[in-house]
Design a protein around this ligand. Structure first.
Ligand code: ATP
Ligand code: MG
Length: 435
């Protein structure tokens, strides 16, 4: 959680800020009095301080100076009144990180915050006790620089955990490179991993470095490791053991310093027993196993996750959504075999098709979703010509997925090809989506 200190003697203002920041995933603490804020402020407590300028007893500038005197370099944003630019300039000279002038829209403050502390942190929901424990283990193991094997059913959050490990590690400012071992053929995977020299095979007109070299000094995520072909597993083992790789067609090995994180949704040990996965590689990867429980085994996460996805999207849309009690009950009644990914898609879909700001369970839409795609379902519940509605829906969904077609297809329950066809059919341009 990103802790933010808010200091403002105006109680309404402070509370409004607190609520807005909370909705953006921050963990705000409000003080109305600079003196008590100072006395309780310690190193590492807060990632950001937002203070008002005009306060009785001690103004924002004095407060800022006191903070710095305590040896704290926490970024400070000063809120100044309208027309007091001199104050703002003074504050900057005295070490304020930035300022914002009243009255302001929360979005402007958000932009300032984003500039100061870009959200490279992977935001994660962990309300259930098992996930809280898991995250604290993740933080510890991240620092240890050892190989981690992340297991869990499809959609449980293996990749997000892998990123978290990287971000919490001493390699955080070095590259994080991911490769999906299931997505490509054995030969392609080998050259993707290790790169190749010019002339190594037909078509290798230039030398190319592979993911291992890209990830040098950083972290390499080997996604769906169980799908790696047996012969290639031997080459991977060598790379891990010897800390060097051979480019395809290369003559000299190249040293690499890479932390490996592997993921799988299979029981690798049974693959080992069945002779599909190398035992020696298994033990090399399974140095520190992390098993993410299925969502149905940590039901306390269900509503907070839905809330997180919905609020995130709402913010992008500049709207606010409430989760009705019926909606929450519905969420809790489902088994979520597709885990967090399924819940995320469901949440997005609900937002996209909801006409009201209070979200209701799907049966309230009076449309049976069972026999048709979500796209058809949301269309049949809409007015206007079907073509117009369909065009709108595609554009809207793409906007909300930042133009990601795979994601949009998932959200609408259609194939990527359908999305592509619709873009063509309705002459929807990237410009329109980005506008
Ligand atoms: N605890 C969480 N908090 C917030 N978002 C999450 C959390 N867990 C997963 N997600 C989101 O759910 C989706 C699925 O997660 P992720 O891709 O990490 O799962 P996975 O286990 O790698 O899935 P797959 O097996 O399909 O590859 C992603 O969009 C991810 O950001
Ligand atoms: Mg994954």
């Amino acid at each position: 959680m990103r802790n933010v200190l808010i200091l403002d003697d105006e109680i309404d203002m402070a509370l409004a800020l607190k609520e807005s920041l909370k909705r953006c995933g921050f963990s705000p603490v409000v003080y109305h009095n600079p003196v008590s804020a100072l006395s309780e402020l310690n190193l590492g407590d807060f990632e950001l301080i937002i203070t008002d300028m005009k306060m009785p007893k001690m103004d924002g500038i004095e407060f800022l100076q006191e903070v710095r005197k305590k040896g704290l370099f926490t970024p400070v944003i000063v809120i100044t009144g309208y027309g007091t630019v001199e104050n703002a300039v003074d504050a900057m000279k005295l070490g304020a990180t930035d300022y914002i002038m009243k009255p302001f829209a929360f979005e402007s403050l958000q932009r300032v915050i984003e500039r100061i502390m870009p959200s490279e942190e992977t935001d994660m929901v962990a309300e259930s006790q098992v996930m809280k424990n898991l995250l604290s283990i993740v933080r510890d193991v991240a620092k240890a620089d050892i190989t981690v094997l992340v297991t869990g059913e499809s959609g449980t959050g293996k990749e997000i955990i892998a990123r978290k490990i990287h971000k919490s590690s001493l390699r955080a400012d070095k590259p994080f490179v991911a490769i999906n071992c299931a997505a490509i053929s054995e030969h392609l995977l080998e050259s993707e991993l290790f790169g190749y020299e010019k002339g190594a095979f037909t078509g290798a007109t230039e030398k190319r470095i592979g993911k291992f070299e890209f990830a040098n000094k950083g972290t390499l995520l080997l996604d769906e490791i169980s799908e790696m072909a047996y012969p290639l597993q031997a080459k991977l083992l060598r790379a891990i053991q010897e800390r060097e790789i051979d480019r395809v067609g290369g003559k000299t090995p190249i040293p690499v310093d890479v932390r490996i994180i592997a993921t799988t949704n299979r029981d690798l040990l049974s693959d080992v027993k069945a002779g599909r996965f190398r035992e020696d590689l298994y033990y090399r990867l399974n140095v520190f196993p992390i098993k993410i429980p299925a969502l149905r085994e940590r039901r306390d996460d269900i509503v907070p996750l839905a809330d997180f996805f919905i609020k995130g999207l709402a913010q992008k849309m500049g709207r606010g959504f409430e989760l009705s009690d019926e909606f929450k009950k519905y969420l809790l009644s489902k088994n979520w075999e597709g885990n967090v990914r399924e819940l995320e898609n469901f949440a997005y879909r609900t937002v996209v098709v909801s006409k009201s700001d209070t979200l209701m369970p799907p049966h309230e839409e009076k449309v049976s979703m069972s026999n048709m795609s979500h796209m058809e379902a949301s269309l049949s519940s809409s007015k206007g010509t079907i073509k117009d509605m369909e065009r709108d829906l595609v554009v809207k969904t793409l906007r909300e997925t930042s133009g990601n077609r795979t994601r949009a297809a998932e959200v609408l329950g259609v194939t990527v090809r359908t999305i592509r066809n619709k873009l063509k059919e309705y002459s929807i341009t990237d410009e329109e989506i980005n506008s």
